[in-house]
Structure formats: structure tokens, C-alpha cells
Design a protein around this ligand. Structure first.
Ligand code: PHE
Length: 502
């Protein structure tokens, strides 16, 4: 009980006086509280189970301008009747309307009602009053008075007679009707019980002022309690884009795991993007369909001769690797072509060309481009999470461990490794993660151990674990999206609603 706020108590008392059930308006009037205060009390009291809050569609009737003017001057038929009586009970239509100062259009309306109400008859253009004095106001006039007094009336509250009168006022176009949702409060049993116990109204102080303290009044007053969990208007502070937050988190996780970040240019030669990774020059991924080739400049530089030669030979016949190679004639012009990198593996292999000794643990989170049809799960410009580990004795198991750790740190539980194929790794696999919202497994990351055909030309004699995966798909799972395009749509509503990442 003591927890009830003053305005809550006032609402309960008003409800009691209104027999336990009333509209917000009625309670505001009875309690003297502001509408908003009643509403606030309604919400908190219904949370406490003391009242029930419900809505009902109501039709609100108000007088329109014409209605108001008739109310002031009297209905035209009443004015006409008065004129006839004053003219001795008999008068021509013209005479009577002139005396009543009714314009022609109003006069004919007035005549109609005059007869219908049985106040007068007309014989050959002469109005004859059927009553001596002025008649008492009819139900139509009574209703107009009520509307004027109250300002507005819900027609649901009208009785049969008033309803008939409303029909007439409606026909005469003297009222406006508007639909409005009204909120009602009703005391529950629990609410009645509190009231029966008695509600004591002691004014509460919401602010402790210097004056209250100095005068010592603070000892006697009652300080209002604040509900610190009450809902407040939302605020939308500036924050990093959700995707940037996820990029940051991916970086932090790799750093935590002891990796160092590397970065490279967006534009690479096909040599680093494809050839160095033992992808044959007629590989379908190189076709215009998948890769964006630069037009101007269209060619870049190849690295040192010995490296290019080793790659060429490996492609043609396997060189010293024990492989048979692809068995075609390697073309340096094809390798010089400039592309928007299609994967960040271009950067890790380039890194290996100058870092040949273990231990190596590097990663990148960077942008790549593919000429893909844009759909709910594909976009043409996205980010990859890439990395390599070189160690004297690292194995495929270590690779699974690294990735499992990474995705677990990200908060993903259902992580599996499915076998698959890449031209540059053996064995190869892909990380599959279950998307709870899409209810299907999603391919998140390619992985494998670099083949001898990749390592030998770089002069590397140790096993290298490698992986590269989509960042946006990870973001989709993390943010509960089922369309990857949301990440780039800049929908302000979505950006505001999306909370800061963990
Ligand atoms: N580069 C591959 C891709 O873009 C992923 C990958 C990286 C696979 C490294 C194996 C090793 O899908």
C-alpha cells in the first residue's frame, strides 16, 4: 500500500466513486489529475493487478458551427413560430419569415419542421399557429443543450429518446460524429480490497529542496519514491555501424589468440590472387563472370623472376613438388592482369613469399570483391576473415582447433567441419555454422593446409594452415538477419534498433 504513489491513490479513489469503472477522461475530471497522470497511474496500477485497462471504440458527437448558431438563436422553426404568435397567430409566410429575420432557404426548412412538429399549419400561404405560447424544448433541442454543455458526448451513452434526437440532428447536419478509441479502467477484486482497507491521501514531495532541509520540514514530509525501472523515451546515441563493431570484435579475438594483423591492397595481380595459389589459368573463377578485372591500368608487375619461374613450372609440370602440375602452357600475361582481389588469401600467400620461417600467426579482416548476383545471401563487395599459421609440426587438427576457438569466442555453438575442395589446400574443409533464424547450415569459412604446389615455389618447408571466411554471414547470424543486404542498406530504423555488440 505504502508503495502506491499519490496519483495512483487518487485514481483508485476516483474509480471507487465512479462505481469501479470509468473512462480515462471521466477519471481525470473526477480526480483533478492531468490526463497523462491518469494514464501513467493506469499503466502502473494494471501492472500491480489492481485495475484492468481496456479499450473501446466510441463515437463522439459534437455540435458543428451551424449547430452552435442554432443553439444561440433558436431552431429556425421555433423562431418562425415565435414570429407568427407575435403577429397574432396568423401571418403570411413572407411576413412571418421577415419578422423572424430568416433568409429564404431557412424559411422553407423552418416551415417543414413547423408542420412536422405540429406547431402550425399552412393554408393557402398563410401560417396558422396551433399553440398559444411557446412550446417547451423538444428532445432535439435538449440534446443540443447537452452537447453544448459537455462539449462532446459518446453516443453509446445516449438513451433511446436521445438517440432518436441524434438521428434528427444528424439528418439536419448540426452535429459531427468522430470515432475515437477510449480507454477504460475497471477495478479488479484486488483493487476493491485495497480501497476497502482505506486509502490515505498524504501529499507527497517529489523534490527535496534546500528550504525543506533548512526549515527541518523534511522530517514531516513524505518523499515520493521513484520507479527507476519505469520506461523512458529511447535515446539513439552515435555508435559504430554494426558491421564495423563485428569487424572490431573479429580483430580483437585474433589478437587475443596471439595473431598479428596484416593488410594488403584491394587491387592485386592475378599472380597473387590466383597463380601463386596453384589455380590454373583456365580456372572458372578467373572468368569475367566472377572476377572484376581492371581496365586502366590493366597490367601490374610480377615479383622476382625465380619465384615466377617456379610458379610457372609448378603449373606446367609440377616442378620439384612431385605433382604432375596442370599440364598447360603458363602465360605470364595472364598473371600480370590486375584484379580487385577476390579473396584475402592473396595477402597471406604474398606474406609467405617473404616470411619463410616459423612460427607465423597472422590474420586479416578485409574487403574483397566478386562479380556476383546480389541476393539475400550474396553481395559483390564484402569482407573476409583470413589467416595462416605456420609451425614446425602443425596439423589439420590444430587448424580445426584455431577455428573452433575463434567461432566459439564469437558465441557460436553449433560449429562443424565439412570436407570440401580448394585448388590450393589439401586436405580441405569448410566451417559450417547453424543459422538459428534461417534454420539451416551456413558455409562460413574455407580452410585447409597449403599444398606443396603452393608452398614450394615460395621456398617454404613447413606446414601452413590457412583459412578464409565470410564476415557478413557471421554478422547475419550475430545480428539475427536473414538478408545480407540489410548490412549495407543504411536503414536508419534498423541501425538505431540494433544494440551495441557484446
Ligand atoms: N579463399 C577461400 C575463399 O575465398 C577460402 C580459403 C582460404 C580456403 C584459405 C582455404 C584456405 O573461399
Amino acid at each position: 500500500m505504502s508503495e502506491l504513489r499519490l496519483y495512483e491513490k487518487k485514481v483508485l479513489l476516483a474509480l471507487k466513486e465512479l462505481n469501479g469503472k470509468a473512462s480515462i477522461d471521466a477519471i481525470a475530471e473526477k480526480s483533478g489529475l492531468a490526463h497523462a497522470a491518469v494514464m501513467r497511474a493506469a499503466l502502473s496500477l494494471s501492472e500491480k493487478g489492481m485495475i484492468k485497462l481496456y479499450e473501446q471504440k466510441m463515437t463522439i458527437a459534437t455540435l458543428n458551427d451551424e449547430g452552435w448558431s442554432y443553439l444561440e438563436k433558436g431552431l429556425p422553426e421555433r423562431r418562425l413560430l415565435k414570429a407568427i404568435i407575435e403577429l397574432g397567430g396568423r401571418a403570411s409566410i413572407e411576413e412571418a419569415s421577415k419578422k423572424a429575420s430568416l433568409p429564404r432557404e431557412l424559411a422553407s426548412i423552418a416551415l417543414g419542421w413547423l408542420c412536422r412538429k405540429g406547431w402550425a399549419t399552412i393554408e393557402e400561404g398563410i401560417c396558422i399557429s396551433k399553440i398559444d405560447g411557446e412550446p417547451p424544448s423538444g428532445s432535439d433541442e435538449e440534446l443540443m443543450k447537452l452537447l453544448a454543455e459537455r462539449g462532446k458526448v459518446s453516443i453509446e451513452y445516449l438513451n433511446q429518446e436521445q438517440n432518436n434526437a441524434l438521428g434528427i440532428l444528424k439528418k439536419r447536419k448540426l452535429v459531427n460524429l468522430n470515432e475515437k478509441v477510449q480507454r477504460f479502467l475497471e477495478l479488479t477484486d484486488a483493487g476493491w480490497k485495497i480501497i476497502e482497507k482505506g486509502i490515505e491521501i498524504a501529499e507527497e514531495v517529489t523534490q527535496l529542496t534546500p528550504e525543506l532541509i533548512i526549515t527541518g520540514k523534511w522530517r514531516r514530509i513524505r518523499l515520493a519514491k521513484f520507479d527507476v525501472e519505469a520506461p523512458t523515451p529511447p535515446v539513439y546515441p552515435g555508435k559504430a555501424h554494426p558491421l564495423q563493431q563485428i569487424i572490431k570484435r573479429a580483430r580483437e579475438i585474433f589478437l587475443e589468440m596471439g595473431f598479428t594483423e596484416i593488410r594488403g591492397p584491394l587491387v592485386e595481380t592475378a599472380f597473387w590472387n590466383f597463380d601463386a595459389l596453384f589455380q590454373p589459368q583456365d580456372h572458372p573463377a578467373r572468368e569475367m563472370m566472377d572476377t572484376f578485372y581492371l581496365v586502366n591500368p590493366s597490367m601490374g608487375k610480377l615479383p622476382r623472376d625465380s619465384l615466377v619461374k617456379a610458379v610457372a613450372q609448378t603449373h606446367e609440370n609440377g616442378w620439384i613438388t612431385g605433382s604432375k602440375g596442370w599440364g598447360y602452357r603458363w602465360n605470364p600475361m595472364e598473371a600480370k592482369k590486375l584484379v580487385l582481389r577476390t579473396h584475402t588469401t592473396a595477402e597471406t600467400i604474398k606474406y609467405l613469399a617473404t616470411h619463410k620461417k616459423p612460427p607465423i600467426k597472422v590474420f586479416s579482416v578485409d574487403r574483397v570483391y566478386r562479380n556476383e548476383q546480389v541476393t539475400y545471401k550474396n553481395i559483390a563487395e564484402f569482407h573476409q576473415i583470413e589467416g595462416i599459421v605456420m609451425g614446425r609440426n602443425v596439423t589439420f587438427r590444430d587448424l580445426m582447433g584455431v577455428l573452433k576457438t575463434f567461432y566459439t569466442k564469437f558465441g557460436l555453438e553449433k560449429v562443424e567441419f565439412w570436407p570440401c575442395y580448394f585448388p590450393y589446400t589439401e586436405p580441405s574443409a569448410q566451417v559450417m555454422v547453424y543459422h538459428p533464424k534461417l534454420k539451416r547450415w551456413m558455409e562460413l569459412c574455407g580452410m585447409g593446409m597449403f599444398r606443396p604446389e603452393v608452398l614450394a615455389p615460395m621456398g617454404i618447408k613447413y606446414p601452413v594452415l590457412a583459412w578464409g571466411g565470410g564476415l557478413e554471414r557471421l554478422a547475419m547470424i550475430e545480428l539475427g538477419l536473414n538478408d545480407i543486404r540489410t548490412l549495407y542498406g543504411n536503414n536508419l530504423g534498423w541501425l538505431r534498433r540494433t544494440p551495441l555488440c557484446r
